[in-house]
Write a protein that binds this ligand. Structure first.
Ligand SMILES: [Zn+2]
Length: 114
């Protein structure tokens, strides 16, 4: 018996293995904990996330140079809202009004492993 074409259910299985957040928890101290679908857990400080913001206003799109001065970010910055962008990223709304950063899941994982 020959069965060279992948069955549709196998495609769906592969899709499930994509790493994505299962839970996004705001801790009492304002930090964000993400539980990932591969059972990893990452914790993020609002100020560290804000400084790592990858948007065009914070990082030069062409050179990758950081445009943001970390000293300009308040120590008591908080995250007022988190929304999910499609199936690949999170968008954080910071208490300084900055909300243009799209943090891909891959980028968030890189940040937590750095
Ligand atoms: Zn930004």
């Amino acid at each position: 018996m020959k069965d060279l074409a992948p069955a549709p259910y196998e495609l769906r299985d592969a899709d499930i293995e994509m790493i994505e957040p299962l839970k996004i928890i705001e801790e009492a101290d304002g930090s964000i904990t993400i539980e990932w679908s591969d059972a990893a857990e990452s914790r993020y400080e609002p100020r560290a996330l804000r400084i790592s913001c990858p948007c065009a206003g914070c990082v030069n799109e062409w050179t990758g140079e950081k445009m943001l001065n970390p000293d300009s970010i308040s120590e008591d910055l908080s995250i007022s809202h988190v929304s999910v962008v499609g199936r690949y990223a999170l968008n954080f709304h910071f208490s300084d009004g900055h909300d243009t950063g799209i943090f891909s899941f891959n980028y968030l994982r890189e940040l937590s492993e750095a």
